[in-house]
Design a protein around this ligand. Structure first.
Ligand code: PLP
Ligand code: ZN
Length: 561
């Protein structure tokens, strides 16, 4: 089955070759791979169930037909993970995380690199150039190593040193440039041009866009597996589910351009019946697309001096990628949004502490955008949302963690390791008691929903030391409070038999428990009368599904002081 490269400007169609980067007719570099979708659709329907879950299962709509076993690193096929705790916290249960950290080099750039290097290898190319804020060069380096291709990796001097060393470890030549990422791209292009070398051009590279689009296909299949086919699917038809939103942090915009193309192709093949709203989130210190979007401009005004610690997202000149994305978003309700570095670091903590997912700051930008848009009411509680967790190449940087994240134990030096004296044992115990005091603040959680108890427990245990007690109904809760005398009670209102109001009444009637502070957490909108009943009886009211873990913790800590 064949495909053509169609020019976005004049429509001219030409065969694919990685070294031909201009339209032969009008010289435009903006072109797209077009497949025979009528032929591809029935093959995909029939063959997909038999194929492994990786990027190559969509080979009928890829510019490279088959995986080269010599290059294969297990690209694509990353899991789609339901964000249960975060969903509960934000009151939006349909949040799914496309975990691109689980690619071979721990970022979604693997898809771009796998496909591009496969194409270069097929064409007999042995040397290439890429400008990178880190992850592109890491991904290309890994595949280039397997393919026997030399990579010149141009990076800005701001790229974290660990990332640079990883690029070097793979055997690529790191060229460290002091300047902005946009300047680095220019220099890399110049270098490639002078030496006649292939060079990655982001959104203008056919294989890069095609690699990214496989995210859309995978998400469609995975959502369908988890949620079933969309309602109104004709019986016997294969129809995939489309999320209401696809959210990604964005630098040059390659990811969303590819994902949008993927969804358009699935529509063309009758595999889906609609398109998701695409949300591109930028870092506020480098958000040319967001500014242009909010000012309703067709072209983005370059940011020449990015002010963000999140180097991965420092593309100041998005060029035509913005214009292409803007068109997509206007057509099916997507948008651009920005978040601050601090919001991104905060989201990183939430993601790690609530979902067990350690992402790099650039990936966390998408989650910060998610939080912001849920709060703004743009994303609705019933929406299905897929967030691309784009990467995890780095251990947490000091900037993100702040101080006081570890406790040190210094053990007394043993004279001879064979004999343990009493004093050494004492020294060990003393050291350990400095690690944590013997008594922690005691918190009782009274809630009939196990998930809600787990959420509160998780928030407390992930960011402090507490002794936590749980009770599953009002009666049990009262017994617990009388027995354990907690320092703080977190109380649900809606519980069968004995509800939170009755628990409060009983607590206040007993001089032993009347003074214990109470935080009420409730899923229900309270009436004025109910609010009046709580007045003076409780210390704080938290609306379930509408608080962030750190806000809750602040409240708890303030009451325990
Ligand atoms: C490259 C990258 C981005 C930005 O992606 P684009 O689609 O190129 O804008 C976001 N997060 C991570 C981790 C990245 O490596
Ligand atoms: Zn053309």
């Amino acid at each position: 089955m064949s495909f053509v490269i169609r020019c976005l400007d004049c429509g001219h169609e030409a065969p694919y070759h990685p070294l031909i980067i201009n339209c032969p007719q009008c010289k435009s570099q903006w072109r797209q791979a077009i497949y025979d979708y009528t032929k591809a659709a029935p093959i995909l329907r029939q063959e997909l169930p038999k194929r492994p879950f990786d990027l190559w299962r969509y080979r009928e709509v890829l510019p490279v037909r088959n995986p080269n076993p010599g290059l294969y690193l297990g690209e694509g096929g990353t899991p789609l993970i339901r964000a249960v705790n975060m969903g509960m916290m934000l009151g939006c249960p349909g949040i799914y995380i496309k975990d691109e950290r689980q690619g071979p080099t721990a970022s979604f750039k693997d898809r771009q690199a796998a496909l591009t290097i496969a194409a270069l290898k097929e064409a007999g190319i042995t040397e290439m150039v890429a400008a990178s804020t880190g992850n592109v060069a890491i991904a290309y380096s890994a595949y280039a190593a397997r393919a026997g291709i030399k990579l010149w990796a141009f990076v800005t001097s701001l790229v974290p040193a660990v990332k640079m060393r990883e690029i070097a470890l793979y055997g690529s030549q790191v060229v460290k440039v002091t300047g902005s990422y946009d300047q680095v791209k220019q220099i890399a292009a110049e270098f490639a041009h002078k030496r006649g070398l292939y060079h990655d051009m982001g959104t203008r590279t056919i294989t890069s866009v095609e690699g990214m689009k496989t995210i859309a296909y995978e998400v469609a299949e995975q959502l369908t597996e988890q949620l079933g086919p969309p309602p109104n699917t004709p019986p016997g038809e294969l129809r995939w589910r489309v999320p209401d939103w696809y959210i990604q942090s964005v630098s040059g915009g390659l990811g969303p351009v590819g994902v949008a193309k993927g969804y358009r192709e699935m529509m063309a093949m009758g595999l889906t019946d609609r398109l998701p709203g695409i949300i591109a989130v930028q870092s506020e210190g480098c958000a040319p697309m967001v500014h242009a979007w909010k000012d309703d401009l067709e072209e983005a005004i370059p940011v020449t001096n990015p002010k963000t610690h999140i180097e991965t997202l420092a593309t100041g000149t998005p060029g035509r990628s913005y214009t292409l994305l803007r068109k997509e978003m206007k057509e099916h309700g997507g948008l651009f949004e920005s978040v601050t570095d601090d919001e991104a670091f905060r989201a990183m903590h939430v993601l790690a502490k609530m979902e067990g997912i350690s992402a790099e700051p650039a990936a966390a930008v998408a989650f910060a955008g998610l939080f912001k848009l849920i709060r703004a009411g743009v994303i609705k509680p019933t929406d299905t949302v897929v967030v691309n967790c784009t990467g995890h190449t780095m251990p947490a940087e000091p900037l993100v963690l702040g101080s006081g994240w570890a406790r040190n134990v210094v053990l007394p030096q043993a004279e001879t390791s064979a004999v343990k004296t009493i004093t050494e044992e004492e020294g060990l115990l003393a050291a350990l008691s400095r690690v944590a005091p013997d008594r922690f603040p005691r918190v009782a959680i009274i809630d009939d929903t196990p998930d809600a108890r787990r959420l509160v427990r998780r928030i407390l245990q992930s960011q402090g030391d507490f002794t936590i007690f749980e009770a599953a109904d009002g009666r049990e809760g009262l017994d617990l409070v009388n027995r354990e005398h907690p320092d703080l009670i977190i109380l649900d209102l809606m519980m069968p038999e004995m509800d939170g109001f009755s628990v409060l009444d009983a607590l206040k009637a007993n001089p032993d428990t009347a003074e214990i502070p109470v935080i009420v957490s409730t899923a229900k909108e309270l009436t004025l009368e109910e609010k009046a009943r709580l007045q003076g009886q409780i210390q704080a009211l938290m609306q379930k599904g509408d608080f962030m873990s750190d806000e809750f913790l602040e409240e708890v800590k303030a009451l325990l002081r």
